[in-house]
Design a protein around this ligand. Structure first.
Ligand code: HEM
Length: 159
């Protein structure tokens, strides 16, 4: 059970790194798009290189977002069961999958040309980072655990 708890903590950190990658590659892709637009006006070779970079960054964002992140969350749900965490923890881990589906839907809405709604993709990403970070922090299984306060213990002993 302890090994599941440690694995859940490691998985949580991996998920946060994957989220971080999403932010990094999409920002890099945006900067490349802007530099390409500037280059197109002046230099065709630079514009072609920039176009290839955009494809690489958005491809990483798509593969990470469609395959790697949902798989990591699924593994975390399984580890939460294995670790016998409270149902609340498992349900909140599963909520990440629901948020992931919303995230995908918002991207599709953005692709369909409704940027005012598609932009919520960025806000939902922050909610996912917040929930993923909080779950990882709350369930951290390495190092010293905080002891329950004496007040809590004495209350627990009162019949
Ligand atoms: C938790 C972090 C994030 C996740 C899990 C995520 C997931 C996704 C997914 C699944 C897609 C659809 C890919 C496709 O079908 O081609 C997508 C596309 C997109 N996302 Fe995100 N995203 C995240 C963060 C962000 C952020 C912070 C931004 C910008 C503020 C952003 C901007 C975009 C854009 C512009 C697209 C369309 C281009 C592309 O496919 O790469 N995403 N994202």
């Amino acid at each position: 059970m302890n090994i599941f708890r440690k694995a859940y903590s490691v998985g949580g950190v991996v998920l946060l790194l994957e989220f971080l990658t999403q932010f990094y590659v999409i920002a890099a892709s945006m900067f490349t798009t802007m530099s390409r637009q500037i280059a197109e006006a002046t230099n065709a070779d630079v514009a072609t290189t920039a176009l290839q970079n955009v494809e690489l960054f958005t491809a990483v964002h798509a593969v990470n977002g469609v395959f790697i992140i949902p798989s990591t969350i699924l593994v975390l749900v399984g580890l939460s069961f294995g670790a016998r965490y409270p149902w609340r923890t498992t349900a909140l881990t599963a909520l990440l999958l629901v948020l992931m589906a919303v995230q995908f839907a918002l991207a599709v809405i953005g692709f369909l040309g409704v940027p005012a709604i598609g932009g919520l993709h960025g806000i939902n990403a922050l909610v996912m980072v917040g929930l993923g970070g909080w779950l990882t922090w709350k369930s951290w299984a390495f190092g010293r655990r905080r002891l329950p306060s004496p007040v809590a213990i004495s209350h627990a002993e009162v019949p």
